[in-house]
Design a protein around this ligand. Sequence first.
Ligand code: BG6
Length: 266
Amino acid sequence: MRHSAAVWDYRAAIEHTKDWNGMDQVVLRNPQGASARVSLHGGKVFSWRNEQGEELLFTSSKGIFQPPKAVRGGIPVCFPQFGNCGSLEQHGFARSKIWTVDDNPPPLHPNDSHGKSFIDLLLKPSEEDLKCWPYSYECRLRVSLAANGDLALTSRVRNINGKPFSFSFAYHTYLSVSDISEVRVEGLETLDYLDNLRQRERFTEQGDALTFESEVDRVYLSCPNAIAILDHERKRTYVIRKDGLPDVAVWNPWEKKSKAMVDLWR
Ligand code: BG6
């Protein structure tokens, strides 16, 4: 069989443009009209829309862009630490650095490439960065949008010069939901969690599903590789699948704390 125009050209589905602050961004589109927008500031996916054009991630329209601080929302990348310990800034520096695009990325597997568009971003330390965290690494983030609209983020951290280092890593995803009292998280029942609101004391989840009636700030340990977030009001379910990242963080600052955060409002 001869391949002709029916062959999907993933490069044609990628647009390099600027965001409202003049920062470089990459837009991925699939043949059905779904899209994902990725900013080079922080390597952050800040928009993910389905075929109907509905936004699936939360990003505040009130966000104040004050580099190097990132605007809250989307999918911030937490590296080389998740949380707040030692001398590094909370959730690490990757989310506030400028990433670059890899123009010659490793190809997708042929069995997994149809209708998929993707971009690879890279983060490497500058001389200045090495003064804060003296390790040579290359962090690669692949963002891909599948033909069915699924979004996948794949990360790889390479040690460049062999000097050992340890790190933690997280995607701090802000999902767009309707009324938080209409939302439940399934897949965390019976698991142990560390409660950040109680000095990281360890508890066991007792309920059938996690619902929200007050502030929640927890890290569930050794979770199954699929969890679901059900938004009853919107009749929408997010299924989050993961591989190689054992824990799941659930954070909702609730009213009092979120009122104090200007960029947590639509
Ligand atoms: C959560 C932390 O993961 O992230 C919270 O447990 C924190 O304590 C929240 O407030 C947001 O962090 P940041 O640095 O983006 O404001």
